[in-house]
Design a protein around this ligand. Structure first.
Ligand SMILES: [Zn+2]
Length: 475
């Protein structure tokens, strides 16, 4: 901490006098507000408790997501954010229909817990009954001869394990992302997968799937992990006899509907400097109430912005972006980038990995602006956060910063529990640990506060070219 304070002191000495509007003497320091957030923040909880209670699930493109936007915009205004706005865009909207049903017709008749995957086609209310063919991985499915799945239901059973960094998502995720498209291209009439998730509840994990160009979408569902395990055992016991499943999934497309992003700002002392963009997403799948994914993230970033303001108006504007429709195709993130691409962002960060503690800080400027990387690393160490050596890639909702090839920070959260809850009915408020939620707010407060005080370009540490005159006192 001493080193941080020294670094911050050195930094402030180097600032031109004009850039400094000293905070009122009564204002606490950034370090103080971050420390207080660790034990005392209530804003993040207030946000996620409020939106999950008053709105609940917020499926992208639906009226529920619209209620979420209105609720979030009102919350930001009530908390004193400026320039609060809803920025609408149109998107293709998919809705899940009736709860999915799967049953084994023979040889071991019983029902299995299933949910449709995003962009799944419908079986129609009467369902599809067909023989099931099992594959243990996407690679095995890929190796199946062309046409070999004609008239069959493909079952891909690829287990996921818990990891702190969530890296198993990269290993298990393709089962959900591409298996139904591959199976359809080989003639399958439908696909079911073992859930991309790590829990042992009878909760299917939904999430988006995809079909390649020219491949007609087929019904696609996820079985809960215990039900997928049951189906695997049936294959062992069937001794080569066909296993027949009846699958009923009734999602439908609503065509183009309106969705939107919600933005708000803590206006900086020099609003002409590129802002610090902090993001989350407001939509959720329909099964839970979108507490962990991603109500918590929106609460964390908004609380951090409020804390930064408590330490006196920051030099740069802090802009919060509550993106819409992340889950079904990053529609909000893409729309935001398209609408604002000519507006340079100083740096982008997103919170979208639940509410458990932050354990590592990564940036994409460790080599180009090592002084700032070290300053941030030093400042968050007291919260138990280590400095990573990976290059930050940024979350899904800061597409604009990726398109601008700008500075990116990842505050890596502990993902050990995340894929127990992800995209399931278990994504509810009670799964959020308030102590860990506050640690997130403390770290975010510290990091965003440092970033918003930067006089120079964050990616390179060089003076901002043709920096416009400081507009003191301008709101
Ligand atoms: Zn998410």
């Amino acid at each position: 901490m001493n080193r941080t304070m020294t670094a911050l002191a050195a930094l402030s000495l180097s600032l031109p006098a004009l850039a400094k509007t000293p905070p009122p003497p009564s204002a606490p320091s950034l370090e103080q507000v971050a420390d207080e957030a660790l034990t005392g923040d209530t804003a993040a909880w207030d946000f996620v408790e409020g939106i999950t209670t008053e709105v609940g699930a917020r499926q992208a493109g639906t009226e529920a997501e619209a209620r979420g936007r209105a609720w979030a915009a009102a919350w930001l205004k009530a908390r004193g954010f400026r320039n609060v706005a809803i920025e609408p865009y149109m998107m293709p909207t998919w809705v899940p229909g009736e709860p999915g049903r799967a049953e084994i017709v023979s040889p071991f008749p019983q029902s299995l817990a299933v949910a449709p995957l995003g962009d799944s086609a419908s079986t129609g209310p009467e369902g599809i009954t067909a023989e099931v063919v099992m594959f243990r991985s996407v690679a095995e499915l890929q190796a199946a001869p062309a046409g070999s799945l004609a008239g069959k239901i493909a079952f891909v059973s690829n287990a996921m394990t818990r990891t702190q960094d969530g890296s198993q998502y990269g290993f298990a995720g393709p089962t959900r992302w591409v298996a139904s498209g591959i199976a359809a291209s080989k003639g399958a009439v439908a696909t079911v997968i073992k859930s991309v998730g790590t829990d042992d509840h009878r909760n299917p994990h939904t999430g988006g799937t995809s079909f390649p160009q020219g491949v007609k979408p087929t019904p696609a569902g996820a079985l809960s992990n215990p039900d997928a395990a049951n189906l695997e055992r049936m294959f062992k016991r069937a001794g080569g006899k066909p296993i027949t499943m009846k699958l009923v999934l009734t999602p439908r497309s609503l065509g183009q509907t309106e969705s939107g992003n919600v933005v708000g700002e803590i206006v900086g002392r020099n609003p002409s400097l590129p802002p610090v963009l902090i993001a989350c997403h407001l939509d959720s799948w329909w099964l839970g109430t979108g507490a962990v994914d991603d109500g918590a993230g929106c609460g964390i970033i908004a609380a951090a912005a409020l804390n930064v303001a408590r330490a006196g108006a920051p030099l740069r504007t802090v802009r919060v972006l509550f993106a819409g429709a992340e889950e079904t195709g990053l529609w909000g993130s893409k729309a935001y980038s398209a609408a604002h691409i000519d507006e340079p962002m100083a740096v982008g960060l997103e919170s979208d990995f639940g509410a458990d503690r932050i354990w590592r800080f990564d940036s994409n400027f460790r080599e180009t602006n090592p002084a700032l990387h070290r300053t941030i690393a030093g400042a968050v160490a007291r919260f138990g956060v280590s400095s990573g050596t990976e290059t930050a890639g940024g979350g899904a909702d800061i597409q604009i910063v990726k398109d601008q090839k700008g500075a990116i920070i990842d505050l890596q959260q502990d993902g050990t529990r995340y894929f127990d809850l992800h995209h399931t009915p278990d994504d509810t408020l009670d799964k959020i640990d308030p102590v860990q939620l506050r640690q997130n707010v403390a770290v975010w407060t510290q990091v965003v506060g440092i970033l918003a005080a930067q006089e120079t370009a964050i990616l390179t540490g060089t003076p901002v070219p043709a920096a416009p005159p400081v507009m003191q006192g301008k709101k």
